[in-house]
Design a protein around this ligand. Sequence first.
Ligand SMILES: [Zn+2]
Length: 89
Amino acid sequence: MDTRAVRYFRWLLFWQQQGRCCYCGEHVVLTYRPYDAARPYAATLEHLQRRSDGGTGHTSNLAMACKHCNNTRGGRDWLFYASWRRNEF
Ligand SMILES: [Zn+2]
């Protein structure tokens, strides 16, 4: 996916998710500035199913997550990780 498509989907999902991370539910910041994009609460485009698990770049497999969750998730299943982040266990 090229940069313009990434920006578009990030923007789209930002509105669909009302500015909240798909995992922890915290508000994220939609930014294009590298300085802000490196922060833990920066919006990132997330593949729910990892590419290594056969996930595609299709829109149904995309969600917006904060950078912290995106970095911390690792190889965990996304449903499991979402529950864990929201203290549902
Ligand atoms: Zn998050």
